[in-house]
Write a protein that binds this ligand. Structure first.
Ligand code: NAD
Ligand code: UGA
Length: 364
C-alpha cells in the first residue's frame, strides 16, 4: 500500500511513519515543511520512505498529483497549539479548514480513502460546566456518534480550532453521504510521548503543557498553572495511539469506512495541577541529578498566559468502546508509565546535549 502522510514531520506523524516503516508492508511519502524529527528517527535511509518538502498551501498541482499517486491519504497538517488559536485565529481557520478542504476535494476527485486527524476538542465543554455543575461530579464520556458538541461563545476565539475541525468533519460526512467518499476520522485525546513539541528554553514558542513542565524540570522555569490548573486531561502514550492508527489504516473488513474514532486513555485522567506534582515526583524519583533545578509551581491567569479569547476545555473523557469493539484496541500504558517514557526521552536528549551520562533507566 502506498500511503501519503501529510504532516509526517510532526509529533504524531513522525511516530506513525516510524511504525509504518518498521512493521508494515507500506511505501510512505512523508510530506511536511519540517523534517528535523524525521531525520532524528533515521528514516531517510529507508528505501520505502520518500520525503517531500511541500507546503500544502502553495503547491496545489503537486498536492493533487501526489494524492492521485497514492492508495491512502493520512492528513495530520494543522496548527495544533492552543497559543496559536488565541494569537492567530484566522491562520488556524485557513490552514485547519480551508487548506485541508482541498485535500478532501482531491480525495473525492481521485476516489482515494482519507484518514483525517480531527481532535477531541470538537466535543468542546462538558454539559456539566454549561449548566453550572462541577464536571468532577458528572463524569460523562464523550462518544463519537452520540455526544453533542458544545463550543464556547464567539468572543472566546480559542474555539476556532475546534470549530474548524468540527466543520471539516461535517464536510467529510457530507461527502460520504452525497459522493460516497471513503473516510475515517480520528479524534485524539492528548497524546504525549517522545518528540512532542519542543522545550521553550531551546526553541522560542508556547508549546503544549507537557513541554512547558518538562522545561521547568530541566531549566528551572516556573511550572505555571493556568487558572489554577483545575482543568482535567487524560494522557495517552503515542505508542498506544499508533497501535490504534495502524488498525484504522488496515481497516479490517471495511470496519472503519466512514467512521469516527476516539483514541484515548480515560483512566489516565488528572488535573493539570496534579500533572505538575506527578511530573515532579517522577522526575525526582528517576531522573534528578545533582544540580538540577527545583522549579516552583505558580498560578497564572489564562489571559496572562495566552491572551484574551482563551477558554479551556474543562474535562475530556474518551469513550473508546468503538475502537475496542471494532478494532480490538485498548491502550496499555497507565499515566505514570506515559509520563515516565515521555520524560525519559527529554532527559536523555538534554543530558546528551550537556555531555552528561544518561540516567540509568529504572523500569517504572
Ligand atoms: P504537530 O504540530 O506536531 O504536527 C503538525 C505538522 O504539520 C508539523 O510537522 C508541521 O510542520 C506540519 N505543517 C504545518 N503547516 C503545514 C503546511 N502548510 N504544509 C505542510 N505541512 C505543514 O501536531 P501533532 O500533535 O502531530 O498533530 C497532528 C494532527 O493531529 C493535527 O491535525 C492535530 O490537530 C491533531 N491532534 C493532535 C493531538 C495530539 O495529542 N498530539 C490531539 C488532537 C488533535
Ligand atoms: C491540545 C491542542 O489543542 C491539540 O493538540 C489537541 O487538540 C489537544 O490538546 C489534544 O492533544 O488532544 P490542550 O490539551 O488544551 O489542547 O493543550 P495544552 O497546551 O497541553 O493545555 C492543557 C491544559 O494545560 C490547559 O488547561 C492549559 O490551560 C494548561 N496549561 C498549559 C497550563 O496550566 N500550563 C502551561 O504551561 C500550559
Amino acid at each position: 500500500m502506498k500511503i501519503l502522510v501529510l504532516g509526517a514531520g510532526g509529533f504524531i506523524g513522525v511516530n506513525l511513519t516510524e511504525r509504518l516503516l518498521k512493521e508494515g508492508n507500506y511505501e510512505v511519502t512523508a510530506v511536511d515543511i519540517e523534517k528535523d524529527k524525521l531525520k532524528d528517527i533515521g528514516v531517510f535511509d529507508d528505501p520505502r520512505l520518500r520525503y517531500l518538502h511541500l507546503d500544502i498551501r502553495t503547491d496545489n498541482d503537486t498536492l493533487e498529483r501526489e494524492t492521485k499517486d497514492h492508495d491512502l491519504v493520512i492528513d495530520l497538517v494543522a496548527m495544533a497549539n492552543p497559543a496559536l488559536y488565541v494569537e492567530d485565529p484566522l491562520g488556524v481557520f485557513t490552514l485547519n479548514f480551508t487548506e485541508n478542504l482541498k485535500i478532501v476535494d482531491y480525495c473525492h476527485k481521485h476516489k482515494k480513502r482519507i484518514i483525517q486527524f480531527s481532535t477531541c476538542e470538537v466535543y468542546g465543554m462538558t454539559a456539566a460546566s454549561v449548566i453550572g455543575k462541577d464536571p468532577k461530579d458528572m463524569p460523562c464520556p464523550f462518544s463519537e456518534d452520540d455526544t453533542p458538541l458544545i463550543m464556547g461563545p464567539i468572543k472566546n476565539h480559542r474555539w476556532i480550532y475546534a470549530s474548524a475541525k468540527q466543520l471539516l468533519e461535517r464536510v467529510l460526512h457530507a461527502y460520504g453521504l452525497q459522493h460516497d467518499l471513503n473516510y475515517s476520522i480520528i479524534r485524539p485525546f492528548n497524546f504525549i510521548g517522545p518528540r512532542i513539541d519542543y522545550l521553550p528554553s531551546e526553541k522560542a514558542g508556547n508549546p503544549r503543557v507537557f513541554s512547558h513542565f518538562m522545561n521547568a524540570l530541566l531549566y528551572g522555569t516556573p511550572m505555571k498553572l493556568v487558572d489554577g490548573g483545575k482543568a482535567f486531561r487524560a494522557y495517552t502514550l503515542i505508542d498506544d495511539a499508533v497501535d490504534c492508527m495502524v488498525r484504522i489504516i488496515e481497516n479490517p473488513n471495511g470496519a472503519c469506512d466512514k467512521q469516527i474514532f476516539n483514541i484515548g486513555t480515560p483512566e489516565n485522567e488528572i488535573t493539570i495541577e496534579g500533572l505538575a506534582h506527578l511530573m515532579k515526583e517522577i522526575f525526582n524519583e528517576h531522573f534528578r541529578q545533582e544540580g538540577d533545578p527545583d522549579p516552583e509551581i505558580v498560578t497564572v491567569s489564562s489571559e496572562e498566559f495566552y491572551g484574551k479569547g482563551y477558554e479551556d476545555c474543562d474535562r475530556r473523557i474518551a469513550d473508546i468502546s468503538k475502537a475496542t469493539e471494532l478494532l480490538g484496541w485498548k491502550p496499555t500504558h497507565d499515566l505514570r508509565s506515559v509520563i515516565y517514557k515521555t520524560m525519559e526521552y527529554f532527559v536523555q536528549q538534554h543530558r546528551a546535549r550537556q555531555g552528561q551520562p544518561e540516567p540509568a533507566t529504572a523500569s517504572n
